[in-house]
Design a binder for this molecule. Structure first.
Ligand code: FAD
Length: 538
């Protein structure tokens, strides 16, 4: 019988994509007593996408001592202050932002999460994009395409994320952190996985017949999930009933006028059978169409994508290379089974909306370290189950947040969107739920019981952007004391004035700041010859 009280001292990571190298970075920095080997196949390419991150990356980078972003200029990186969503509510409805950081409430403005809805009650034609403009100072920078490290109510360190080339990021971590930290890099393919009589992995056999043993094997083999899925046969929970997108076409688009085009947000536009991402890297755009092949063939999806690109001025798309990617949508029931822990696509993936791939990588690593430190380097089954509980809950919570972007849509212009409209959101939830209710029920409950727009930036921004108005006139009248018409009118006027005043101040403060391009150039790309040559050519 396997010894259930295991000491972790020898770790083998299989896979050299961004998940593999982020894992090696994290473990070699946080637990330097571990002996770490990373085995990477020279024959299997990495997934080759993953260019947009979200807020948590800053904390993780700080933990690794990388918060001054020394890798940015070597990974084609730019700064990200927000995500923009276009046409998710209705075709042609336009866009709204979900910026990073905290909604600015309280203080001398005495505003709360409901205030903007009072403004909209008074001025029903206020566009939904105004919500983020009124609550986040950095929207003044996003709207003027500028960046400053010292903008009021904006914490440069915390309230941003990054765009970069994830494959280059992995390479950078390998050369600048992992190898210097003593991680052994083996560039060989795992050909056979040998289990012992209890089902634990005993050793791996590489393509040159070398045998590799470890206390813990970390599966970073991407969608293949060689150790957790293929070998240990851990069941996979399919999330396609709630998130049907399972394919993507990805491409790279050259800038026409880089200095003007480069911006500080990821753009996501809903189209006929899914949505298109557009990410500003330093040397080019990254773009892709995420769709469901249940509704459109791969060829027709490519045509739709090209049509979209033409509509945005990229009429030279015949010169671009397009790569088709199949996505495995869902997660394994457990991410740590016996002596195998999965991190990255091997553990699970939903779809790239809200840039959750790399997020799950660094959050799983944080969860692993936090749980393990209880008696590190020893583990029992309780420690494993704690990691499973933490990681799976985190993954499911994020999945539910992503479903919100579809559930609140009112699009009915194609069968894809009509099917989303037909979905019974109260009963469709296949995800395990702790408190016995599903997400939608608890969402409505939170809102109706509290009678207040809950303090959750994601829910607030996406809800408002999707025209989901929790503080209508009736509710406002009731909240202000029934019958006291002057009071609620006064409240609407006062709140509107305060929101407009501070928005004007932020807009004023954003004038004259460095453009996004110049800020990046001065801070990260000084002496970039390609950039100056390009600028001169234009
Ligand atoms: P991979 O990159 O696939 O790496 C797998 C590794 O395993 C490779 O090195 C391969 O050689 C190795 N391997 C496989 N088999 C063997 C073997 N037998 N022996 C040895 N080695 C082996 N995430 C974001 O955060 N933001 C985004 O904007 C984003 N966009 C995405 C868009 C799409 C269409 C997709 C599909 C994903 C996106 N992601 C995004 C997710 C992101 O790309 C991944 O989370 C991230 O790149 C980590 O991938 P990985 O390292 O798990 O897998």
């Amino acid at each position: 019988m396997k010894n259930l009280y295991n000491k972790l001292s020898n770790i083998v990571i299989v896979g050299g994509g961004s998940a593999g190298w982020m894992t090696a970075t994290h473990l070699s920095n946080q637990h330097p007593q571990l002996k770490i080997t990373l085995v990477e196949s020279p024959n299997h390419p990495t997934v080759g996408v993953g260019e947009s991150t979200i807020g948590g990356i800053s904390n993780w980078l700080e933990l690794q001592g990388l918060n001054d972003l020394p890798f940015l200029s070597e990974t084609d990186g730019t700064l990200k202050l927000s995500i923009r969503f276009e046409d998710f509510y209705r075709k042609g409805a336009g866009g709204f932002h979900y910026p990073f950081g905290k909604i600015v409430v309280g203080g001398q403005d005495n505003l709360n999460n409901n205030s903007w809805f009072s403004k909209q009650n008074l001025h029903p034609n206020t566009p939904v994009s105004d919500f983020a403009d009124c609550y986040y100072s950095q929207m003044a920078m996003v709207n003027t395409n500028t960046i400053s490290e010292t903008f009021p109510n904006f914490n440069y360190k915390r309230d941003k994320a990054l765009h970069f080339d994830a494959t280059k990021f992995g390479e950078w971590l390998k050369n600048n952190v992992c190898i210097p930290n003593g991680v052994k890099h083996v560039l060989k393919e795992v050909k056979h996985v040998i289990q012992d009589k209890d089902g634990y992995i005993d050793h791996l056999i590489l393509d040159d017949k070398e045998k590799i043993k470890a206390d813990l094997f970390i599966d970073c083999t991407g969608f293949k999930s060689l150790l957790l899925g293929e070998t240990l046969k851990e069941p996979f929970i399919d999330f396609s009933p709630i998130l049907p997108n399972n394919k993507a076409w990805a491409t790279k688009i050259p800038y026409k006028n880089k200095e003007k085009e480069i911006c500080s947000y990821t753009n996501c536009t809903a189209i006929d059978n899914g949505w298109v991402w557009k990410i500003p890297l330093w040397s080019r755009w990254g773009a892709g169409y995420v769709y469901s092949d249940k509704y459109v063939s791969d060829e027709d999806a490519l045509d739709e994508f090209k049509k979209y690109l033409s509509s945005k001025g990229h009429t030279d798309h015949d010169n671009y290379e397009f790569k088709k990617i199949a996505m495995r949508v869902g997660r394994h029931k457990r991410v740590w089974v016996k002596n195998v822990l999965a991190i990255g696509l091997s553990a699970g993936f939903i779809e790239p909306l809200e840039s959750n791939g790399l997020y799950s990588v660094h959050e799983f690593l944080n969860c692993f370290s936090s749980q393990m430190e209880a008696r590190f380097p020893y583990v029992t089954s309780v420690d494993r189950e704690n990691v499973n509980y933490g990681c799976c809950n985190l993954f499911d919570a994020f999945t539910k947040f992503v479903t919100l972007h579809y559930a609140l849509s009112a699009r009915d212009d194609t069968e894809y969107w009509r099917d989303i409209q037909r979905r019974d959101w109260m009963n469709v939830d296949p995800l395990p739920d702790d408190n016995g209710t599903n997400y939608w029920k608890s969402l409505w409950k939170q809102y109706w019981v509290s009678g207040f727009w809950v303090n959750d930036a994601g829910l607030n921004c996406i809800g408002a952007g999707m025209h989901w108005h929790p503080w209508g006139l009736t509710r406002q009248k009731i909240g202000s004391g029934i019958g006291d018409s002057n009071f609620y009118k006064e409240e609407m006027e006062q709140v509107t004035k305060r929101l407009n005043t501070r928005k004007k101040i932020w807009d004023f403060q954003a004038q004259g700041l460095s453009s996004t391009h110049d800020f990046l150039k001065d801070k990260f790309y000084i002496g970039d010859k390609n950039d100056s040559l390009l600028s001169k050519a234009l």
